[in-house]
Design a protein around this ligand. Structure first.
Ligand code: EPU
Length: 424
């Protein structure tokens, strides 16, 4: 979990082939760690990825008075006595998910404070969905210096309409509503598998949540929650990244623990691009395989939208793979307003790719050539890695700390698939 500035050296042109087992979901694990604050009892989480963001979230829990230990994929949390209601500013700046301490603290202690959090530079990232949700549940929400402060003697269940199906917003309001008095209905909630998972985890702690994984979620508030032992779902975004690397390199990669229905939007695109896709039977996790056929890839159109649509986090990796498809592809971004900065990095490798408004236009079939590029955020970094794996010669990917935030054992996993990659 090093945070030193490092480079990846990638000598491209080799098809990726073989099996890869992905880590537990970064985002779901962050929500699960925050959920550890919801009870005084012990919470044990398995399949937690060894990434820097989890370290930071653990630090944040400790700063609030909770115990947090992480060993070999298992996190132990105990928040029996919370000594602080305010999240320290330095940790909040490092991590977008830090704002998730608000719901648990408000629900358990009646007060919570946190500054506007940091996170990747990918567009405006407001908090109105979170704040409106807390207010709807009866909290008073205001500013204290740089912090948002929410207070409520006891939250009251309510019918809450979300202006946007914000992922973290939905999780925060789920936390608060789970400990409120009476029933809440969350309308236009985020349906991402990571949100569904955290609701399942809360139910395993005694919460009464129904409809999660859909856009209308019902929460019957309870007095308190108890401890749990819970396993984090596999990372669909890490899985998607390796499948797109397979596409870009003319490869054949199987994600041994992929959950096919979490990636319907991607596997449909991979089929449209001309890959052969094999899925484990419906409802089972057990694999997603995407293999290139002779004749190369075809261009496609895609729109990045909330789940179950194509994920914004796979927009840049998809665009990188489409540099190798025949014809003109378009990827339209509808979640973030500044997610196209990676385009300049792919151009350094020779990609013919331009931005028009919120659309990225890719003239595919271009031979890429190694160059020095920067990982501007986690997914921009993943796009650079995919393009580098398809390029002739050596690419240096700088600022790998971004990649380390989301991709555990990246070099080892790529090497096992036959890539020529090392850290310098
Ligand atoms: N939005 C609002 N109001 C709000 C909150 C968000 O309008 O109160 C808008 C934002 O402006 C943005 C859109 O909603 O346009 C998406 O934001 P959302 O709140 O859904 O994103 P998030 O919860 O802050 C999580 C992930 C992101 C992922 C998004 C979308 C974490 C820590 N982050 O962010 O992951 O892109 O959901 O799926 O879980 C990543 O992993 O690389 C990453 C950035």
């Amino acid at each position: 979990m090093s945070r030193r500035p490092e480079r990846l050296l990638i000598r491209g042109g080799r098809p990726l082939r073989g099996d890869v087992t992905v880590s537990g979901s970064k985002n779901a694990a962050l929500y699960a760690v925050a959920a550890g604050l919801m009870t005084a009892d012990a919470v044990t989480l398995h399949n937690v990825p060894a990434i820097a963001d989890i370290d930071e979230m653990g630090e944040l829990l400790r700063a609030l008075g909770a115990r947090f230990e992480y060993v070999d994929g298992t996190a132990q949390i105990q928040a029996s006595e919370l000594t602080e209601t305010s999240a320290p500013a330095d940790l909040v700046l490092a991590l977008r998910a830090s704002f998730l301490v608000m719901g648990p603290l408000l629900g358990r202690l009646g007060e919570a404070a946190c500054a506007s959090p940091g996170g990747d530079v990918i567009g405006a990232r407001p908090l109105d969905v979170h704040l409106a949700g807390f207010r709807a549940l009866g909290a008073e929400v205001g500013r204290r210096g740089a912090e948002w402060v929410a207070r409520a003697a006891r939250l009251q269940g309510a019918r809450i309409f979300f202006d946007y199906p914000s992922v973290l917003g939905t999780v925060n309001i789920l936390f608060a509503a789970a400990l409120a008095h009476g029933e809440s209905v969350l309308i236009n909630a985020a349906a991402e598998p990571e949100v569904e998972m955290v609701a399942n985890m809360l139910n395993s702690m005694g919460a009464r949540i129904r409809g999660h994984g859909g856009s209308v979620v019902y929460v019957e508030g309870v007095e308190r929650l108890h401890g749990t032992e819970f396993s984090v779902i596999p990372d669909r975004l890490e899985a998607g990244t390796y499948l797109l690397a397979s596409a870009a390199t003319g490869g054949d990669v199987r994600i041994t623990n992929g959950v096919p229905h979490h990636l319907d939007s991607l596997t449909t695109k991979l089929s449209e691009m001309g890959m052969t896709v094999d899925l484990a039977p419906a409802g089972e996790s057990g694999g997603i395989r995407a293999a290139c056929q002779g004749g190369g890839l075809r261009a496609v159109q895609a729109q990045a939208v909330p789940y179950p649509g194509f994920p914004t986090d796979l927009h840049a990796p998809l665009a990188a793979a489409l540099t190798q498809a025949h014809g003109v592809s378009v990827v339209h971004e509808r979640v973030y307003d500044n997610r196209t900065l990676y385009v300049g990095e792919l151009r350094k490798l020779g990609a013919r790719i331009t931005v028009g408004g919120q659309s990225v236009i890719i003239e595919g079939g271009t031979p890429l050539v190694g160059a020095a590029v920067r990982a501007l955020d986690i997914r921009a970094g993943a796009a650079c890695v995919i393009a580098a794996l398809a390029a002739d010669g050596e690419t240096q990917v700088h600022d790998t700390n971004h990649l380390d935030r989301g991709y555990a054992h990246l070099v080892e996993r790529l090497t096992a698939l036959g890539a020529d990659v090392e850290r310098a």
